[in-house]
Design a protein around this ligand. Structure first.
Ligand code: UDP
Ligand code: MG
Length: 325
C-alpha cells in the first residue's frame, strides 16, 4: 500500500501557552509514523488560528517557516471551535488522504493516532476517538455531559457516546461532509450521518496541558442547546404536547368548577386562578422562545452566510494580499 498523506488539523484560539508543547508533541508523533512507514513523509500538521487575540498566529507562522511539516491557516476572525475545525478540514481535504482533528490543549491522547492510522489502513473511513474515563473532568462536567448524551439519544440523534472532535476522516468522508451545507454545524452529530465503515478507538482524557478552557459553563450550555435544536424537533413537539395537556386539563377544571357552582358550592378560587395564570403564561413564553429558536435557525440558514473566512491559506500560492502577520 502506498503510504497515505495525513494532515492533523488543530483549531487554536488564544493557545499561546500550550502551542509550543503541542507542536513538539504532534511533530514527534508524525515523525514516528513516517519512520514506521505508516504515513507518507509529506504528512503535516495544520494549525488553524481562529482569530486569536494573543501570540498564537505569530507562533504558528514562525513554526511553519522553520518546519516543512507545519502549516498555518489563518481565519479572518473568531468563528468558534466547530467552524474553525471545518475550515481546517475543508482546506486539508484537497491535499490529504486522511485527516485527524485534535484540540490544541492535548487533552486527547496522541498515542492513539497510530491506532487511527492502522484502522484507516484496514479500510475504515471514519475512526472515532472515544474517552474511556473522564477522571480529569469535574463531576459537574461529567454529569452534564452524560445528561446531554442521554437527551440526544432519547431524541433519536445518533451520537457516538463520549466522543468529542478527536477523529480521523478519510478524503472520501470529507468530500461527503462538504455536502452538508447547514450553517449551524454540529460535527459530532453530522459525522455519524455520513455512514461508511467506521471504528472507535478508546483512550483516557488528560488534563489541559496549559492555558484555560475556552468552554466555560455558559458556552457549554449554548453548545449543547444548539446541538439539540439543530438535530431534533422533539423539544417543539414536547411543547405542543404540554400545550394540549394543559388545554384539556383546564377544560376538565372548568367543567369541575361549573358543576361546583351549579350545585351551589362556589369555589373561592383565587389561588387556583393566579397559579394557572402564571403556569400558562410561563408555558406560553417557553413555547414562544423555543419556536423563536427554531425560526432563528431557519433565518440563519436562509441567509447562507459563509461559516468562516480565510485570511491566509498555506496551500495556496502566496499573493500580495495574503497576510501572514
Ligand atoms: N477553540 C477554537 N475557537 C474557539 C474556542 C475554542 O478554535 O472559539 C479551540 C481551542 O483552541 C481548542 C479546542 O477548540 O483547541 C477546544 O477548546 P477547549 O479545549 O478550550 O474546550 P474544552 O476541552 O475545555 O471543552
Ligand atoms: Mg480542551
Amino acid at each position: 500500500m502506498i503510504e497515505p498523506v495525513l494532515t492533523i488539523v488543530v483549531p487554536c484560539f488564544n493557545e499561546e501557552q500550550v502551542l509550543p508543547q503541542t507542536i513538539t508533541e504532534l511533530e514527534k508523533v508524525l515523525r514516528n509514523l513516517v519512520d514506521e512507514n505508516l504515513i507518507a513523509s509529506s504528512s503535516r500538521i495544520l494549525l488553524v488560528d481562529d482569530g486569536s487575540r494573543d501570540n498564537t498566529w505569530r507562533l504558528i507562522y514562525k513554526a511553519s517557516l522553520h518546519n516543512q511539516m507545519i502549516k498555518g491557516l489563518k481565519l479572518s476572525r473568531n468563528v468558534g471551535h466547530q467552524n474553525a475545525l471545518l475550515a481546517g478540514l475543508n482546506s486539508a481535504k484537497e491535499v490529504s488522504d486522511c485527516v485527524i482533528s485534535i484540540d490544541a490543549d492535548l487533552q486527547d491522547d496522541t498515542d492513539v493516532i497510530r491506532e487511527f492510522i492502522i484502522k484507516y489502513r484496514d479500510g475504515c473511513e471514519i475512526v472515532y476517538g472515544v474517552r474511556r474515563k473522564r477522571d480529569t473532568d469535574t463531576v459537574f462536567k461529567r454529569k452534564t455531559a452524560e445528561m446531554f448524551y442521554s437527551i440526544m439519544k432519547k431524541m433519536g440523534v445518533n451520537l457516538v457516546y463520549n466522543h468529542a472532535d478527536f477523529r480521523l476522516m478519510s478524503k472520501r468522508a470529507l468530500q461527503e461532509l462538504e455536502k452538508f451545507q447547514e450553517v449551524n454545524m454540529f460535527l459530532r452529530g453530522i459525522v455519524p450521518l455520513i455512514g461508511f465503515q467506521s471504528a472507535s478507538v478508546y483512550y483516557d482524557r488528560k488534563e489541559r496541558l496549559a492555558g484555560e478552557t475556552k468552554y466555560p459553563l455558559k458556552k457549554m450550555l449554548a453548545f449543547a442547546f444548539d446541538g439539540i435544536t439543530s438535530f431534533s424537533v422533539t423539544p417543539i413537539r414536547m411543547v405542543l404536547l404540554i400545550g394540549f395537556l394543559s388545554f384539556f386539563g383546564s377544560c376538565a377544571c372548568g367543567i369541575y368548577f361549573l358543576i361546583l357552582k351549579l350545585i351551589g358550592e362556589t369555589a373561592t378560587g383565587w389561588t387556583s386562578l393566579i397559579t394557572s395564570i402564571w403556569l400558562l403564561g410561563g408555558l406560553q413564553l417557553i413555547a414562544m422562545g423555543l419556536i423563536g429558536e427554531y425560526i432563528g435557525k431557519i433565518y440563519k440558514e436562509s441567509k447562507g452566510r459563509p461559516k468562516y473566512i480565510i485570511d491566509f491559506n498555506p496551500f495556496l500560492p502566496i499573493t500580495g494580499r495574503q497576510t501572514n502577520s
